[in-house]
Design a protein around this ligand. Sequence first.
Ligand code: NAD
Length: 281
Amino acid sequence: MKESIDLTGKVAVITGGAGVICSEMARALAAHGARTVICDLNFQAARKVADEISQEFAVASLGISANVLDRESLESSKKIINETFGNIDILINGAGGNSPAATTKVEKMEGSDEEKPEDTFFGLKLEGFDKVFDLNFKGTLIPTMVYSTDMVKQKSGVILNVSSMNSYRPLTKIAAYSAAKASVNNFTQWLAVHFSKTGIRVNAIAPGFLLTDQNRFLLVDEKTGELTPRSRKILNSTPMERFGTPEELTGTMLYLVSDLSRFVTGVIIPVDGGFSAYSGV
Ligand code: NAD
């Protein structure tokens, strides 16, 4: 049987849609016929991405402002989406990220007298944990509560959460972000089972290492512009020996939101150049 991806007539909401990864996902959705809603805290950026998409792909795209942590703002955005495009068929929960306040300075604690406690686990800020857990976990949970109601009504829909490599095994330094993304995986499986009889599928994509504005402070030396020792480690642990690009996530995303994966729910697919498969030896 010949299968293809046709999302014509589908309405796809992408939270964090103005960001590096999700704006690329939105472009790929539009290229396959979907009407996209670029939903972002940053309205100007959302509108810019939506305008570019509608011009490039000749399919309607709406830029909208909403905070994934504020149910009311999501409800108001949903009203506008429904009035403009009708029911929501696809939700990509893309808003997420790390915070320097929940990142240790050192990878491994020495336990020596010279070591500054604030550079270790003991310097992590609870506010940083709150921020990172809220954005990544609740920022997936609340939009799903608001935007998936149309899917339940129409007995079909697809939810795609954006996880990360650190969800399988935590990366050094980023304790909160790793645990928060692990909770996204767990929730993806939970909701996939909960929704399994409703016609809604729930999956996640776990990107490997991309060099973006969000992680640049960890991966590139600000002064010299050279890759940091951490970047070298990442590349040494990635069998393909390079960073990925946002474009390289879109194939898996399209598979998971289209009928090609109609019997697939509750999976988290790594797109990581082999990172998660490699023991380092
Ligand atoms: P990005 O910072 O470029 O984009 C994030 C977008 O989310 C921004 O446009 C921002 O305005 C928006 N946003 C932030 N808080 C919001 C809120 N409360 N409500 C609504 N929108 C909000 O990030 P990115 O690198 O494109 O990452 C996108 C997703 O991919 C995130 O979930 C991130 O954790 C995940 N991820 C990124 C990488 C990477 O290497 N960049 C790797 C793995 C996973």
